[in-house]
Design a protein around this ligand. Structure first.
Ligand code: FUL
Length: 537
């Protein structure tokens, strides 16, 4: 939609009905503050600032916050499967097949870091049971391979490279083990699993995430996993680690392996409604507005068709990765992108190239915020307009730790941007200060139209840590974000206005109407893969 320049440019500045309401709100809110100040001058509390609003429960822990701020993690599926061209190894592959002659964990970490992935997660043990570290509890590990004459340790190499480069480390220890003889004997296998977990969490310094996968082949041995014991052990040995699984407790699986979250995406969840290996993917995708637990979603997806490297497969294109970014990070999730090292032990050049292009695309879109030079105002401000700690213009500061807050119980909740000239854009990003709880439940974005009134360009439900909205290119002088429903007084940490020509070109090329169904009423295209392909656990 192209919105033409108003006949008289200053029309937007003249008191159209919306603007009159806005001015009235401003005056009223200001006079309320003045009255309060006048009343309280007789007391000794006048000089104290208005405190921040009450956070609304549940809240993220500091580790969940740091996880969310990391935004993107690189998943590294690597093991005997890399050499046998398989996805789910049988557990019978000879350990000697594992021989990555050029393995260089620093290359993996550098690729991650240079492309904005601040965490790497390695399959220390996948379903085939082969361990990438020299475990004391099995010979089915690197010690029995020819790689570095059996003296290598992939987990150790990666931990050191990550530490040296300031990248966080996560480890995947598959519960399902197709090699280990005691698998199926509940007590013995839980002892074995916890002993291996202890090795991983005590030998390699800080571990920031432990990845528990729910997959298990049909007809496999039946047994019980002692999840509560595992969780306690992990939190005891690595207090700053978040535990990922279908059901949390710290981070949840988003419910599909296509890299797409639901447009409505709450970090709120009820762990008691989910079971590892047996979740309702719709519940995982959307979360739960009434949930009592803070368990934000992680989107795992592979850059290639398989999770492990296969010589015949190629990576997705940079525009496909951008699409994943919009639909994961842009929907309140962390993107866990799998980029599997190849059989020489390096991330393939073609994958590195695509990752660089993806980085350039993100930079070209998000490094310029058209809102930076706009005049920002809001329907009300907590503490009154003179209170700079909750002022509307704080939405221009990057990050979530400063934010706009409205006056208590003072809807409408609106933020206005006056660009002072006609500008064109097709992307808006919004962030909530989630350390104060996730609040927004319904919102819409309007732009000033040629008659000086408002036209809606997007409506949605949740925002959370980051929400990216795409719509047809508009040309306008003003924008407003209207929050229609919230769990408590809404807070906005950041508002960005951007131009994305890549998505437009892609839509034209694919002959798809990318923008017509971008509102939150869209039905999610579900891709539920083998993550929960489970018989019984
Ligand atoms: C799934 C596993 O079965 C796949 O092999 C892969 O590891 C993926 C991330 O999780 O459930």
């Amino acid at each position: 939609m192209e919105i033409k320049k108003p006949n008289h440019l200053h029309q937007y500045h003249l008191p159209n009905p919306t603007r009159i309401i806005f001015i009235l709100i401003t005056i009223l809110s200001h006079s309320t503050t003045t009255t309060t100040t006048t009343t309280t001058t007789t007391t000794t509390t006048t000089s104290f600032p208005k405190p921040p609003p009450i956070p609304i429960l549940p809240l993220p822990t500091s580790h969940q916050l740091s996880w969310q701020l990391s935004e993107m993690a690189l998943f590294l599926h690597f093991g005997t499967n890399t050499f046998t061209d398989t996805e789910w190894g049988t557990g019978q592959a000879d350990p000697s097949v594992f021989n990555p002659t050029q393995l260089n964990a620093t290359q993996w970490v550098t690729v991650a870091k240079e492309n904005g992935f601040s965490r790497v997660i390695l399959t220390a043990k996948h379903h085939d049971g082969f361990c990438l570290w020299p475990s004391d509890y099995t010979d089915y590990c690197v010690r029995s391979s020819n790689w570095r004459n059996g003296s290598g340790d992939v987990v150790g190499d990666l931990a050191m490279a990550a530490r040296e480069n300031g990248v966080q480390l996560g480890l995947y220890l598959s519960p399902w083990d197709r090699h280990e003889g005691v698998y199926g004997k509940t007590l013995e296998y839980n002892e074995y699993y916890m002993a291996q977990m202890t090795e991983l969490l005590t030998r390699y310094g800080n571990v920031n995430e432990v990845w528990l996968d729910g997959a298990k082949g049909e007809g496999e041995k039946d047994m019980e996993y002692f999840f509560e014991n595992w969780f306690s052990l992990i939190h005891q040995l690595q207090p700053s680690a978040v535990i990922f699984s279908d059901a949390g407790p710290d981070v949840r699986w988003v419910g599909d392996e296509g890299g797409y979250a639901s447009t409505t995406c709450w970090s709120l969840f009820n762990c008691s409604n989910a079971a590892i290996g047996n979740t309702d993917s719709r519940y995982s995708q959307g979360g739960d507005q009434l949930g009592h637990d803070w368990v934000p979603p992680e989107c795992d997806v592979s850059i290639r068709p398989g999770w492990f490297w296969h010589p015949s497969e190629s990576p997705k294109s940079a525009t496909e990765l951008l699409e994943l970014y919009y639909n994961s990070v842009g929907r309140n999730c962390l993107l866990l992108l799998n980029v599997p090292p190849n059989s020489s032990g390096l991330i393939s050049e073609e994958d590195v190239k695509v990752l660089r292009e993806f980085t350039d695309l993100r930079r070209s879109i998000f490094s310029h915020n058209l809102a930076k030079t706009a005049i920002v105002s809001a329907s009300s401000t907590r503490g009154g307009y003179n209170d700079t700690r909750f002022a509307a213009r704080l939405i221009l500061d990057e990050g979530i730790f400063t934010y706009w807050a409205p006056n208590k119980n003072k809807s409408p909740w609106e933020i206005y941007l006056d660009f002072q000239e006609l500008v064109s854009f097709n992307v808006v990003q919004i962030q909530e200060p989630i350390q104060m709880g996730q609040r927004i439940a319904k919102f819409h974005v309007d732009v000033v139209n040629e008659d000086g009134g408002w036209s809606e360009v997007f409506n949605g439900t949740t925002v959370g840590y980051r929400r990216l909205l795409r719509f047809q290119m508009v040309k306008t002088q003003g924008l407003r974000l209207v929050i229609d429903k919230a769990r408590a007084d809404p807070l906005v940490a950041y508002l960005g206005v951007h131009v994305d020509t890549v998505s437009i070109n892609r839509a034209v090329k694919c002959n798809t109407s990318l923008f017509s169904n971008f509102n939150d009423s869209q039905v999610l295209h579900q891709i539920v893969h083998n993550h929960t392909r489970v018989s019984s656990i």
